[in-house]
Design a protein around this ligand. Structure first.
Ligand SMILES: [Zn+2]
Length: 291
């Protein structure tokens, strides 16, 4: 029985017929290789070891019991770097993901979210080779343009905003006569989050109910829902204030946070608060109570 040689990369790929191919687990891969020589062998993996360093080799022995006898199969593992992992830590990139937001907290949260996602996609060849700080955001230089694009969409789904992807011609591959493109992906996140109250340029006071490709808003005056593209929205965020309910009969009144007078509220809250309850309000040509 011949020894089995496997050159593999820590991203779950092994070198086979001049190509890097994926495998699920090393045990599955070794079992498959042994059964190519001894079909239906019963395998025992005792003391199975892996190399620690790239280029290091480790020799293992796997016992394979067949009908006639028990074979000892030599399995030699060699750790290497696949064609993609070898580009990690270099200048290499396929896509730039540009994340922008005027709100630094949203920016920071979205970057943290991305870092976790990218770490989980490492086995699919995704990594970030460079990060550049920009006036209102970050540019991330990523190794996989297809995954970079879907991560951009994911951010838009989670935080709302604008998503744009455009290819940029990088070089022409003369062997295949094909053009090689890099992707430029822009995700412009809003500076508001769910629950914020915005004032649009045409004077509507709206609560942000749902973020995503489309933004779902609730009109506090009319009590109606609106769905809009973020790009079409001209707005600014209204500051929330804490105050107290000063009257519930005949109409609802709260203490105006600016002049401390008891004032009627303009909207009809979904839940009516009790007298003296602490509530959140926004002020724009009158007071709106938030429930
Ligand atoms: Zn690899």
């Amino acid at each position: 029985m011949k020894a089995i040689n496997i050159t593999y990369c820590s991203c779950n790929k092994y070198f086979f017929q001049n190509q890097w191919k994926s495998y699920t687990t090393m045990k599955d891969l070794v079992s498959k290789k042994i059964r190519e020589q001894i079909p239906k062998a019963q395998l025992k993996f005792e003391d199975f070891n892996f190399p620690d360093q790239p280029k290091e080799k480790v020799e293992n022995e796997v016992s394979a019991a067949a009908k006639d006898k028990e074979h000892k199969v030599k399995v030699i593992l060699k750790l290497a770097k696949c064609n993609l992992c070898e580009k990690e830590g270099t200048e290499y990139f396929e896509a730039t993901l540009q994340i922008r937001s005027a709100n630094f907290d949203i920016l920071e949260e979205s970057i943290e979210y991305l870092q976790v996602r990218v770490a989980n996609l490492r086995h699919r060849g995704m990594f970030i080779n460079n990060v550049k700080r920009q006036p209102e955001g970050f540019d991330l230089y990523m190794s996989n343009k297809r995954i970079a694009q879907s991560l951009g969409r994911e951010l838009q789904e989670k935080y709302g905003g604008v998503f744009k992807a455009s290819p940029r011609l990088q070089t022409r591959n003369h062997q295949t006569s094909k053009n090689v493109y890099r992707m430029n992906i822009l995700v412009k996140l809003p500076d508001f989050v769910k629950g914020d109250i915005i004032l649009t340029d045409d004077g509507n006071v709206l609560r942000v109910d749902k973020l995503g490709k489309k933004i779902k808003l609730y009109d506090l005056d009319k009590g109606t829902n609106i769905v809009i593209d973020y790009e079409k929205l001209k707005y600014h965020i209204l500051k929330k204030h804490s105050t107290y309910v000063s009257k519930v009969q005949p109409g609802l009144e709260v203490i105006n946070p600016f002049d401390y007078q008891s004032s009627m509220v303009k909207n009809n809250p979904e839940r009516r608060p009790d007298l003296g309850a602490e509530v959140q309000v926004v002020v724009h040509k009158g007071i709106y109570i938030l429930s």
